[in-house]
Design a protein around this ligand. Structure first.
Ligand SMILES: [Mg+2]
Length: 397
């Protein structure tokens, strides 16, 4: 592969939030007003264009991509791993690789896989060993019985309930409405984050529901809390969407703290690192369910290719419905049927950018005001972690 990188460009945009999710159920959606999508194109000296997507604070990631872009121009594409290692070492002087650095690497790395597969005339799933399934299942979010029932009518087979307030009652109501054949998950992420004692109290109430997994009962940087939660709950646990590197994931994997890892396809170092994580997870009998709640459609294509090719791919997160303009920013859209996404068959990722559609939504704001989950009367304190007093007010409406 004698191509060389000629240019790397960022395409940053303001995206709208999905309707009918927990984010909008409070009427104060953080995602709706703060969601940015960052797409990246890598241009070669022979005129080919590869596309990627990075997240992890998209406006900051865009600056990092521009820095890395200048560094990579002129590099040969003969080895994606070599370029991946060059990017890792290039950002090393900035400290540990956090989500910004890993988001920039992810976007460029994804575009390199797209270029390589295009050059060979095969879909990315073929470069990953070939698809062992032709379609991958997805789940969506529902904050009410009506939203969950509507999703199931569209063919969705797995539903995630989020938020803290009234979560136990909502989860039981949705389970009662949908029956046992629909998979359910609960996501307890903050802010405000729970302490271990409160997370265990809620988790025990959820145990009879037979959840596919309980997600982020405590913050991912609260490892002692994770150990306590793990020792007390008979529920599969999941985390990973806020982590950036393989070494970030290792304590959760090697200590047996989770059953499902949830790398974000836009901020976990790209397909190169995602594929390695899948193998490490497989060796520990864990499954992989990529996070994509805030992501745009390019990262979703990449996640579908990956999930199609690994033996421990569980399910993909998908906002269904999402912002109405989502499909307008790409040239080819995913084919979705009965809760499954067909693995794209075209060369590379299988899609590219509609730059005119992206240009219609310039980035304006990329900071969320997190609210809606606080104890009554304390929202203005904006605490990252908040104990639940009284606990009954948390789990009951
Ligand atoms: Mg989550």
């Amino acid at each position: 592969m004698s191509m060389r990188i000629a240019d790397i460009q960022c395409h940053l945009m303001q995206a709208g939030g999905p309707p009918q999710t927990g984010w909008t159920a409070t009427g104060k959606s953080a995602l709706a007003s703060s969601r940015n999508w960052l797409f990246v194109t890598v241009h070669t000296d022979c005129g080919m264009v590869g596309t990627g997507e990075g997240s992890g604070w998209p406006r900051a990631v865009a600056a990092a991509v521009q820095d890395l872009g200048g560094f990579l121009v002129g590099e040969s594409l003969h080895s994606i791993e070599r370029l991946h290692q060059r990017m890792r070492t290039a950002v090393m002087s900035h400290g540990q690789v956090g989500t910004v650095g890993s988001g920039a690497i992810a976007a460029i790395d994804m575009a390199l896989w797209d270029l390589r597969a295009q050059a060979l005339g095969v879909p990315i799933s073929q470069l990953l060993g070939g698809p062992l399934r032709q379609a991958v299942p997805y789940y969506t979010h529902a904050s009410s019985v009506a939203a969950a029932e509507a999703a199931v009518r569209r063919g969705v087979r797995a539903i995630k309930v989020g938020g803290i307030k009234g979560v136990v009652e909502r989860a039981y109501a949705i389970r009662a409405a949908l029956g046992p054949e629909i998979d359910m998950m609960v996501d307890l992420h903050g802010p405000p984050w729970l302490n271990a004692a409160d997370a265990i109290a809620i988790g025990r109430e959820l145990e009879p529901l037979g959840l596919l997994f309980l997600e982020e009962p405590v913050a991912p940087d609260d490892l002692p809390g994770w150990r306590r939660v793990r020792s007390k709950l008979a529920l599969p646990l999941a985390t990973g969407e806020r982590l950036a590197t393989l070494s970030d994931m290792l304590p959760f994997i090697t200590e047996g703290l989770v059953d499902v890892v949830q790398p974000d396809t836009g901020r976990f170092g790209g397909l190169t690192q995602m594929h390695k994580l899948a193998a490490i997870a497989e060796a520990h009998s864990l499954q992989l369910a990529p996070h994509s709640g805030s992501l745009g459609p390019v990262a979703e294509f990449a996640a579908v290719h990956l999930l199609s090719a690994i033996p421990n791919g569980l399910v993909l997160e998908r906002m269904d419905p999402d912002w109405a303009e989502r499909d307008a920013v790409i040239t080819q859209t995913l084919n979705i049927e009965r809760g499954h996404i067909d693995v794209p068959a075209g060369p590379g990722l299988g899609t590219a950018l509609q730059l005119d559609a992206i240009a219609r939504h310039p980035s304006q704001r990329n900071i969320a005001i997190a609210d809606g989950g606080y104890n009554a009367g304390t929202e203005s304190e904006s605490l990252l972690l908040q104990a639940r007093r009284p606990r009954a007010a948390l789990t009951r409406k």
